[in-house]
Design a protein around this ligand. Structure first.
Ligand SMILES: [Mg+2]
Length: 347
C-alpha cells in the first residue's frame, strides 16, 4: 500500500505562543531563551530573525544584534508548562484526523494518512488541520506530505513559514537541495562530504563509496539521497526523562549559591513529575559543567523507584557533594552549569 505521511511543524513555536498569550506583543520581534547573561536563545520569531537572531545563539549575541537593530526586541524566559499545554491542544486537534500520530518533539508531529489512499485527500485533511490550529490556537504551522517521514519532514521545513508542500516526485524534489537538508548530515558529516553541494551530486556516490566514507551511517544517507525511507510512525512517545539545567551568572565554587540553584532545579523537576502521569522514577542524574566546559554526569538508580520529594532531594545532594570536594573536583574548578534529571519513569 502507498504510504502517505504528513509532517507538521509549528512555526517559531515558543516565540509564537508568547506572542499570542501576552497582550501587547503581537507583531513584535520576540526572543525566548535564557534570562541570565550566559545561556542561549531557545526560539526567535520571524520578526526577530530579520535581525540575524536565531535559536542556539548565545543570548549576549542576540542582545547585541537587537541593540544594533535599534528596534524594540522583547526578551522572555522559557515557560515550558505553557508550551506543553498548547502542544497538547495541537496534538488533540491532529488526533481527530488520524489515529496514528507520532509526536516527534514539543512542536513536531508525524501523521499517518495512508488510510486516505490519495494525496489529494491527504492535502485536504492537512489544510483543514492548519485551519483549525489557526482558528483555535491562533498559531501557524507548516506541513509537508510525502510517501515517507524523510520526505515529509524536509518538505515541511522547505515550506516554512505557514507553508504547505506536497511531494510526489521525491528525487526531483531532493536533487537541487543542499546535502545538509538530509537528517543525519550535520556539520561534521558535511565536512567529510565537502565536495558535494547538492543532493543530486551526492546521489552519484555508490552505496559502498558512502559506506567507506561514513561507515554504517553512509548506507542510510545513500537511501535518503534517493528519497527512500522506511522509518515507521512511532505512535506514542513517552517522556523518557524530566530534567532542568541552569547556567550560573558567574562561574562559582560558592556552596551556598550552588545549593540554592540545585534546590530550585530539583523543585522544578519534582513539580513537573508530580503533574505528569508517572508515579515513580528509578534514576536520578546530575550534570556538572566546569568553567573549562568539561562536563560530567553522575547517576544513581533505585530498584524500587522513588516517589517522594525528600528521598529525591537527599539523593540529588548526595550526587552533587563529590563535585564540591576533592573526590570529583580535586582542583576546585569553578562550576558553570548544573542540571538535574530523573529517568526511567514508571506509571
Ligand atoms: Mg517548529
Amino acid at each position: 500500500m502507498q504510504r502517505i505521511i504528513a509532517h507538521l511543524d509549528m512555526d517559531a513555536f515558543f516565540a509564537s505562543v508568547e506572542e499570542i498569550t501576552t497582550p501587547g506583543l503581537s507583531g513584535k520581534p520576540i526572543v525566548v531563551g535564557a534570562t541570565s547573561k550566559r545561556g542561549v536563545v531557545s526560539a526567535a520569531n520571524y520578526k526577530a530573525r530579520e535581525y540575524g537572531i536565531h535559536s542556539a545563539q548565545p543570548i549576549t549575541i542576540a542582545r547585541r544584534l537587537a541593540k544594533k537593530a535599534e528596534q524594540e526586541v522583547i526578551f522572555l524566559g522559557v515557560d515550558m508548562p505553557l508550551y506543553e499545554k498548547v502542544s497538547n491542544n495541537i496534538f488533540e486537534i491532529i488526533k481527530k484526523h488520524s489515529n496514528k500520530v507520532e509526536q516527534a518533539s514539543i512542536d513536531e508531529f508525524y501523521i499517518d494518512l495512508s488510510f486516505l489512499k490519495t494525496f489529494s485527500k491527504a492535502e485536504k485533511v492537512c489544510k483543514g488541520i492548519k485551519e483549525e490550529i489557526k482558528q483555535k490556537q491562533n498559531l501557524t504551522c507548516s506541513i509537508g506530505i510525502g510517501n515517507n517521514k524523510l520526505i515529509s519532514k524536509i518538505a515541511s521545513s522547505e515550506s516554512k513559514p505557514n507553508g504547505f508542500l506536497l511531494i510526489k516526485d521525491n528525487q526531483s524534489f531532493l536533487n537541487p537541495l543542499n546535502i545538509k537538508k538530509i537528517p543525519g548530515i550535520g556539520p561534521k558529516t558535511a565536512k567529510l562530504l565537502n565536495n558535494f553541494k547538492t543532493i543530486k551530486d551526492l546521489s552519484k556516490l555508490s552505496k559502498s563509496e558512502l559506506k567507506n566514507l561514513l561507515g554504517k551511517a553512509g548506507i542510510k544517507i545513500y537511501y535518503s539521497a534517493r528519497g527512500i525511507n522506511n522509518d515507521p510512525i512511532v505512535e506514542y512517545r513517552e517522556a523518557k526523562s524530566i530534567g532542568r539545567q541552569s547556567t550560573f551568572e558567574e562561574n562559582t565554587t560558592n556552596i551556598l549559591i550552588i545549593f540554592d540553584e540545585i534546590e530550585a532545579l530539583s523543585e522544578s523537576v519534582f513539580q513537573t513529575f508530580k503533574e505528569s502521569n508517572f508515579s515513580k522514577f528509578k534514576t536520578i542524574t546530575i550534570t556538572i559543567r566546569f568553567s573549562n566546559f568539561q562536563t560530567k554526569t553522575s547517576s544513581k538508580s533505585f530498584k524500587k523507584g522513588i516517589d517522594n520529594k525528600k528521598e529525591f532531594n537527599i539523593n540529588v545532594i548526595k550526587l552533587l557533594l563529590p563535585f564540591l570536594d576533592k573526590r570529583k573536583n580535586p582542583r576546585k574548578k569553578p562550576i558553570r552549569l548544573i542540571g538535574v534529571r530523573i529517568e526511567n519513569l514508571d506509571k
